[in-house]
Design a protein around this ligand. Structure first.
Ligand code: DQA
Length: 144
């Protein structure tokens, strides 16, 4: 069985309550459930970690180097300045999909830079919650 790691960055634990006009009313648990369903339908296992701390996400990427085939990551605001996360992902050999609920390119200028995009296999942005199963499918397709 092949393994996928879904990572969620700062403030995503507040999904459902946080700026619902931008991020929608579904909770992180809802999105993780949809992602897990998409992964298990393809015979993959999915682990999920949400953290508000960059170092914890870096540690999770390091641990993933041992036995994870693909990472799907919504890095939250770390997308725009998380260079240690960038470096950790650069040291991961498998597929990496960058995922955002909103389309950061249509928002404030400081969100137009992603330090994760240059080390990602590809990015899925702007499709709201539908992006979760899309990102899982894209990661599995790219890894197999
Ligand atoms: C986000 C976009 C980021 O700019 C923002 O800081 C987030 C959420 C998204 O999913 O649209 O926390 O990653």
């Amino acid at each position: 069985m092949t393994r996928l790691l879904l990572l969620s960055g700062p403030n995503l634990n507040l999904l459902g309550q946080r700026e619902p006009e931008i991020y929608g009313t579904a909770t992180l648990e809802d999105h993780v459930g949809a992602a897990r369903e998409a992964a298990t339908a393809r015979g993959w296992t999915l682990d999920h970690l949400q953290s508000n701390h960059e170092g914890e996400l870096v540690d999770a990427v390091h641990a993933a180097r041992a036995d994870v085939d693909a990472i799907v990551i919504n890095p939250g605001a770390l997308t725009h300045y998380g260079w240690s996360l960038h470096d950790a992902l650069a040291a991961f050999d498998g597929v990496i999909v960058e995922l955002h609920l909103s389309n950061p390119n249509r928002r404030e200028p400081w969100r137009h830079v992603s330090v994760v995009a240059p080390v990602a296999t590809g990015s899925i942005v702007g499709f709201g919650g539908a992006g979760y199963p899309l990102a899982i499918a894209a990661a599995i397709d790219a890894a197999t």
